[in-house]
Design a binder for this molecule. Structure first.
Ligand SMILES: Nc1ncnc2c1ncn2[C@@H]1O[C@H](COP(=O)(O)OP(=O)(O)O)[C@@H](O)[C@H]1O
Ligand SMILES: [Mg+2]
Length: 272
């Protein structure tokens, strides 16, 4: 994926500009920044759902939207209603059913279509470690279990790029850590590049190849060690932020606004 001097506009209003980002196969990249700054908009642009306002964007060697069959996408969402009776396994299968009339998923062995689908669904459920609860109604699964099943759905077609919009939001700290580790593991074992929006960088920080911070009036991107500094973050968020090193040498960001449990900053107090 390659963005060069890219800019986004929503409703005629420029929300970010001059984004330069190259994501190689298998890389893990986080999109960070305050609420309303245009993180989801960036993902939608990569998917071709909104136009490129300026600059150029190339995704899997083509214009945005032209290679979406090779992209797994998990939109921003809330948890399933507890009364939802659809099983996890059915949710995962939806990742393949959408392709009924399309090209076959690469790497499939001969066999009936139904057998192939069932086999791939089981395989991908196993990959995310969801086998023990995939046949339960998804409304009765925990937030972390639901998220693993949705990641399995996004992975079902063996995508080359996985786009995840706040997959860690609404998870407790333990699940944030384990889902982050799962995403890194899958990214490496399946050689899938990951573009992930997060509120709080800490759970994923040690896994990232690159970060991009969107802020009102600018964007900063690069390897974590280069971008995640107290000075840069303080400038981007206009509020004091510290970057500490823990005993194991890992970076920890302290004081970042919008990190859980503070989910929503209403308009008038939104940081600029
Ligand atoms: N459909 C829409 N119509 C008008 N404005 C929108 C629409 N979607 C998003 N926006 C605005 O675009 C900006 C960026 O939104 P978004 O990409 O969702 O931010 P983020 O994901 O960083 O919280 C926000 O100011 C939001 O209010
Ligand atoms: Mg968003």
């Amino acid at each position: 994926m390659e963005l060069s001097h890219a800019a986004a506009a929503v409703g005629g209003r420029r929300i970010w500009s001059d984004v330069n980002l190259t994501v190689a196969a298998g890389e893990f990249v986080a999109v960070l920044g305050p609420n309303g700054v245009g993180k989801s908009t960036l993902l939608k642009m990569v998917l071709g759902l909104i136009p490129v306002a300026a600059g150029t964007v190339s995704v899997l060697g083509a214009r945005p939207g032209q290679r979406n069959k090779r992209i797994g996408y998990l939109p921003q969402r809330r948890a399933f209603d507890p009364a939802t009776r659809v099983r996890g396994v059915d949710i995962v299968r939806l990742g393949l059913d959408g392709d009924r009339w399309g090209v076959p998923v690469p790497g499939w062995v001969p066999g009936s279509r139904g057998t192939q689908i069932a086999r791939r669904v089981d395989e991908v459920i196993d990959l995310v470690g969801a086998s023990s609860y995939a046949r339960r109604p998804i409304g009765q699964c925990s937030g972390g279990e639901q998220q693993r099943l949705l990641i399995a759905q996004a992975l079902a077609r063996r995508p080359e790029l996985l786009i995840l919009d706040e997959p860690l939001d609404s998870l407790d700290v333990t699940n944030q850590a384990s889902v982050s580790a799962l995403i890194r593991e899958v990214s490496q074992s399946q050689e899938v590049a990951v573009l992930l929006v997060a509120h709080d960088v800490n759970p994923i920080l040690s896994y990232l190849d690159q970060v991009i911070y969107l802020a009102h009036g600018g964007a900063v991107m690069g390897p974590p060690a280069q971008v995640i500094t107290a000075d840069t973050l303080t400038m981007l968020y206009s509020t004091p932020i510290d970057v500490l090193t823990d005993r194991t040498g890992r970076l920890v960001v302290v004081g970042q606004p919008d990190s859980p449990p503070q989910h929503h900053v209403p308009g008038p107090t939104r940081r600029r």
